[in-house]
Design a protein around this ligand. Structure first.
Ligand code: MRU
Length: 366
């Protein structure tokens, strides 16, 4: 994707074999700043402090974190410690474990002197593969948008609701939920996106609205609770969200509030699609509600809000009574029965065990 005419990925090699660059997403939409990561610890903190976020980008950053760790300590103990440190950064997105397990399997039993070079090369492959996967998701999701467009009067936009940021900023490039939208836009299919603000961290307002705006995609920011109302009035043609972990039977775990959108969509006959790379499928879990670990985040995400003041500086203000009890579950699970289809890099699967198995028979452990 391009920022002011410069093509960017969300993570890139800044100094070969030494350092990677990332966009500090905590500064968006007010400032576009990049940060250099040159230690494993810096990569771990970038994930836990959410300078990078979104399931595929978390996995990609962790892969480079392992590469950085191999510069510091390529011993067996170094591999194990880096794996454990990075794995502990965020609990819900399974791409983290997926990437770390790939890196560990690559490094275990290899000569210590070769490990750094191997890790840097594999991390780059993971990033390149993510870009291709997201493009393929876009190609498979595009016909869903085109089909709605074909039923509408010429020129009338397809109204798509999305939650959180499953966009370019959540992946290495293109996004998952946004990939079909960007492809429709490029092809001249009129699209308009309803962007849920996505409390408490406001990834919709700060990130999705920002990236759609940068790419010239028509969009409107809405309050988190507005989606159901818009659906009742026929203003949403389809929903497309991302997922941080998809179970073997098609349950999807995504940013808190996704479940309520899926319920509203079901009640109003609005198709509810979830876009995902197969790296997000956790084949070891069937029942997402019972078995996916849900990240609990700090209470200040709810009691305090950050924004740009009239003078241009970014400030934080408290919005709740001091000392109020807070519970901040960051994700929820949408059961497969509420999902119209899973848009993957291999095609659109039914959100069922059979549907996923049909597309990923080779990937699913027996
Ligand atoms: O807490 P975040 O910002 O990492 O949550 C991100 C999401 O919920 C995305 O929808 C999900 O990771 C899918 S990303 C393609």
């Amino acid at each position: 994707m391009e920022i002011d005419g410069t093509p960017y990925r969300t993570i890139w090699v800044e100094t070969p074999g030494r350092a990677v660059g990332i966009i500090d997403q905590t500064k968006l939409p007010h400032r576009f700043e990049t940060v250099t990561l040159s230690t494993m610890e810096a990569a771990a903190r970038a994930i836990s402090d959410m300078l990078v976020r979104g399931a595929p980008l978390i996995g990609a950053t962790a892969a480079y974190g392992m590469a950085l760790a191999m510069n510091e300590d390529p011993s067996d103990d170094g591999v194990r410690r880096a794996h454990d440190r990075l794995l502990g950064t965020r609990p819900t997105a399974v791409n983290l474990r997926w990437a770390l397990d790939i890196m560990r399997a690559l490094l275990d039993n290899r000569p210590v002197g070769e490990r750094a070079a191997l890790a840097w090369a594999r991390a780059a492959e993971i990033c390149d593969a993510d870009v291709e996967i997201c493009k393929a998701i876009g190609r498979h999701g595009l016909p869903l948008i085109e089909a709605v467009a074909a039923e509408k009067p010429a020129g009338e936009p397809v109204n798509i609701l999305t939650h959180c940021n499953a966009g370019w900023l959540a992946t290495v490039d293109w996004g998952t939920a946004t990939a079909p939208i960007y492809m429709a836009h490029e092809k001249g299919v009129p699209v308009h996106v309803w962007v849920d603000e996505t409390r408490p961290r406001n990834q919709g307002a700060s990130l999705t609205a920002w990236e759609l705006g940068r790419h010239g995609v028509d969009h409107t920011l809405i309050a988190d609770n507005a989606g159901g109302h818009l659906m009742q009035h026929g203003l949403v043609d389809l929903c497309i969200t991302g997922t941080d972990r998809t179970t073997a039977r098609g349950d999807v775990c995504n940013k808190i509030g996704t479940y309520l959108k899926a319920l509203a969509a079901k009640d109003n006959g609005v198709p509810f699609y979830v876009a995902l790379p197969s790296t997000t499928i956790d084949w070891t879990v069937e029942d997402g509600i019972a078995d996916i670990p849900i990240e609990q985040r700090g209470g200040t995400e709810l009691t305090r809000i950050a924004g740009r003041a009239a003078g241009g500086e970014v400030v934080e203000v408290d919005i709740a009574p001091e000392g109020v009890a807070v519970r901040n579950d960051a994700f929820d699970v949408t059961p497969a029965r509420l999902v119209s289809g899973l848009i993957t890099e291999r095609g659109v699967a039914d959100a069922t065990a059979a549907g996923l198995k049909a597309l990923f028979a080779d990937a699913r452990p027996s």
